[in-house]
Write a new protein. Structure first.
Length: 153
C-alpha cells in the first residue's frame, strides 16, 4: 500500500512540474522579423505591404476556421468576399485566423502575377493600392476554396 502511495505522489509531482513548465510566463525574447515590402515581381506587378501582428480592423477579414473547407458554401472565407473601391484606394486584408493564409491574384489553378502577399502569419495584415480600374480575382494559395474579388471603379 505504501508503494502505491509513493508512486502516486511521484506521478503527481511530475505532472505538477510539467504543467508549471508548460504555463511558465518566462520566455526567451524572439528577434523582430525582418519585413520585405514593396517587392517588384514584374513590371506589371502591384506592390503591397505586409505588416506583422496588426489586429486592427481591415477592409477584408480572414476569419477563424476558414482554413477548413466549408466557408465557401456561405461565402465567408474572406469577409467581404467582394469589395468595391475607387481607383487609387487601398485594401487591407487582416488574417484573424490561427492558420497561415495568403492573398494572391487569380485563381488557384490559374494564378496571375499581379500581387502575392506571401504566407501571412496569424494576425498579420497586407495592404495593397489599386490604381487601375478593373475586376481582380484573388485566392489563398494554401486553401484553394478561399476566393475573393476586388472591383476597382
Amino acid at each position: 500500500m505504501i508503494k502505491k502511495i509513493v508512486a502516486a505522489s511521484i506521478v503527481g509531482i511530475v505532472i505538477i512540474v510539467a504543467l508549471a513548465a508548460a504555463f511558465s510566463t518566462e520566455m526567451d525574447p524572439q528577434p523582430e522579423p525582418q519585413l520585405e515590402s514593396n517587392l517588384e515581381v514584374s513590371s506589371y506587378s502591384m506592390q503591397g505591404v505586409l505588416q506583422p501582428d496588426v489586429m486592427t480592423g481591415g477592409d477584408v477579414i480572414m476569419p477563424t476556421k476558414v482554413s477548413r473547407p466549408g466557408c465557401e458554401e456561405t461565402d465567408r472565407c474572406y469577409i467581404p468576399s467582394v469589395i468595391t473601391i475607387s481607383a487609387g484606394e487601398s485594401v487591407t486584408w487582416v488574417n484573424e485566423d490561427s492558420a497561415f493564409h495568403s492573398v494572391t491574384s487569380g485563381f488557384y489553378d490559374t494564378p496571375q502575377d499581379l500581387f502575392d502577399s506571401g504566407h501571412m502569419d496569424p494576425f498579420d495584415s497586407y495592404t495593397l493600392t489599386f490604381d487601375e480600374p478593373g475586376t481582380i480575382d484573388y485566392f489563398c494559395t494554401l486553401h484553394p476554396w478561399m476566393e475573393g474579388q476586388v472591383i476597382v471603379e
